[in-house]
Design a protein around this ligand. Sequence first.
Ligand SMILES: O=C1O[C@H](COP(=O)(O)O)[C@@H](O)[C@H](O)[C@H]1O
Length: 288
Amino acid sequence: MPAQPPAPPVFYSFQNNDILVDSLANFVVKAQRDAVEKRGKFTIALSRGSLAANLRGLVGQENVQWDKWEVFFCDEAAVPLSDDDSNYHSNYLSFLSTVPIPPSQVHTIDPSLIGDLEELADQYEKQLVNHFAASNAARYPTFDLMLLGMGPDGETASLFPGHELLSERDAWVSYLEDAPRGPKKRITMTLPVLTHCYRAVFVVSGTEKADMLHTILDEPETGLPCSRVRPAAPGLVFWFADAEAASKTKYPPTTFRWIDNQKEAEEAVEAAKRKLARRLAQEESGED
Ligand SMILES: O=C1O[C@H](COP(=O)(O)O)[C@@H](O)[C@H](O)[C@H]1O
């Protein structure tokens, strides 16, 4: 049977960053409920960068089954866990320090290995293998939720445009010593892992993201790393942008609501396209 094409990206645009933060928290909690109901636990992976600040809405959320969370990091700098460049540290400050996830369920790098990048990546991959092997017979781990950012060159996790790591198909976690921005030495989950989840969510805010968001959503054929995260069915991909980041994007925004499967994603994107076409036609004809 031919493979089903991936679902179209669902694009949510919010009036301002506070609304985005609240909506994102709401979405993460719903994703947790869905995962716990279906699979008994919630596996989530978090990217470096501004994402951590946009997760502050998780603090104080009610009815969250924190004891079911298994937290991993999509990418991490080869630095101690207390360093400002550490992804774990940013998320600790943003929300992990205030929610009761059992520490053994927050899967950090082994900081004693930061001097040996290959070992660091291998050990992190082993953590994934140990965790997913029992529940997941697939070639790659299947996260319930991957929360991702978008860098200025269209990179995501630590997968940069034109970098050889983008073609890695075997390893789940790999390393690089030449990141063009920020800490040079990092480990990162590879593209097949990013595209093998139930839900991938990109979170972008601020005017400095506007041009790149337009390129990623309106010109996906450019093949930048962010555009290449199109989870295979039944996976879904969502974009959360504030109005500043969304200001140059033509891709139709969908009204924010929970979308559960590929059919709903396709219908929501089609409805958004029709709504946008109606609005543009009205504008052209001078109607209100
Ligand atoms: O270096 C990185 O940058 C991107 C974007 O970061 P942001 O601070 O502009 O959101 C991030 O998504 C990626 O994981 C990180 O390694």
